[in-house]
Design a protein around this ligand. Structure first.
Ligand code: UDP
Ligand code: MG
Length: 324
């Protein structure tokens, strides 16, 4: 991979007026040093994405843009949430850049990890996941809930990189292919592994939020986890089906049991009939819901219209690296 590539750092911002100045200062230092050491081109920029903030965030971004040529920005027509804002930034930035790094505005992601990410890019990796090595600064509650989140996701069959949020480097080529994932319910950190290409991880320590409050309270985090699972996995449907099979199995055992009780002559009048019907009917119901669910699962996967494959190299035609 050739050096002197254009880097765009995409930073979604929602009501971040308190941190923007410091973030700008630190990113400016980082980009200047990266440009000086010729790791990236001097055309590189930071792209702030204002996600319909209610405070002065957008005014600040415009001010920064007019003073600093290393900074630019886009604004969304209203608040659309972190994942949509990030996607808007990535899809815009890929038109100008060769490599793109996404990070949060609050400086929780260690910007010094960027050097290593870019080195990995030069070594031929096209996706570099920033992974939190320690959560010393998070509260006990945040740490337990966040780590539980990743474990639960994996249990539910969603392929996520453990302890990786949205601090990552991607090549333009990855994002070009990513654009073909048309789904509306976004869970970016679960989608990138699906794109493929050579990927690796870079570890960093997560800092405390520089200022302001988390925009991801527990309720939003739970919603996000639920979204992640329901957008990625049909495992919950499978669980219903399995439960149906189980209950149906138990109903057969109950049937035999109550017949034996009846034959031995210990059953109260009508008991056998009621017990057998309850188990059999609920077993059949659960099983049917599971079967219907399987079809819904198929429909749901079809409606996403995800690319079925992505070709990374073609020895015949090197300019056309994508076909369906
Ligand atoms: N964010 C956003 N739109 C939202 C909520 C958050 O663009 O609706 C941005 C926010 O400005 C920050 C990033 O997403 O840059 C991560 O949010 P936050 O730091 O509050 O989450 P946490 O780190 O607490 O999980
Ligand atoms: Mg944060």
């Amino acid at each position: 991979m050739k050096k002197n590539n254009i880097l765009y750092v995409v930073v979604p911002c929602y009501n971040e007026e308190e941190v923007l100045e410091e973030t700008t200062k630190q990113l400016k230092l980082k980009l200047t040093s990266l440009i000086k050491t010729k790791k990236i081109s001097s055309k590189s920029k930071v792209m702030y994405v204002n996600d319909g903030s209610k405070d002065k965030t957008w005014e600040l971004i415009k001010q920064i843009h007019s003073k600093e040529e290393l900074f630019t920005g886009i604004t969304l027509s209203r608040n659309r949430g972190h994942q949509n804002a990030l996607l808007a930034g990535l899809m815009t930035a890929k038109n100008y850049a060769d490599l793109i790094i996404s990070m949060d505005a609050d400086l929780q992601d260690d910007i010094n990890a960027m050097d290593e990410m870019i080195d990995k890019y030069h070594a031929g990796y096209e996706i570099v996941y920033g992974v939190r090595s320690a959560r010393k600064t998070d509260t006990w509650f945040k740490r337990v809930t966040a780590e539980g989140f990743y474990k639960f996701m994996q249990l539910m069959g969603v392929e996520v990189v453990y302890n990786h949020a949205d601090y990552r480097l991607t090549s333009k080529r990855v994002l070009d292919n990513f654009a073909d994932f048309k789904e509306v319910n976004l869970f970016l950190r679960g989608m990138f592994p699906l794109v493929g290409f050579k990927s690796t991880k870079v570890y960093y320590e997560r800092h405390e939020r520089f200022a302001g409050e988390s925009k991801y309270p527990l309720k939003k985090m739970l919603n996000f986890a639920w979204d992640g699972i329901t957008s990625f996995s049909v495992k919950p449907i499978r669980l219903v089906l399995n439960l149906g099979v189980l209950i149906f199995g138990i109903s057969i055992i109950m049937l035999l049991y109550s017949l034996i009780v009846k034959l031995v002559g210990k059953a109260v009048e009508g008991w056998t009939f009621i017990v057998c019907s309850i188990w059999l009917v609920s077993g059949i119901q659960m099983l049917s819901i599971g079967i219907v669910g399987e079809y819904i699962g198929k429909i749901y996967n079809e409606t996403k219209q995800r690319p079925r494959y992505i070709i990374s190299e073609n020895l015949e035609d090197l300019t056309n690296d994508k076909k369906y």
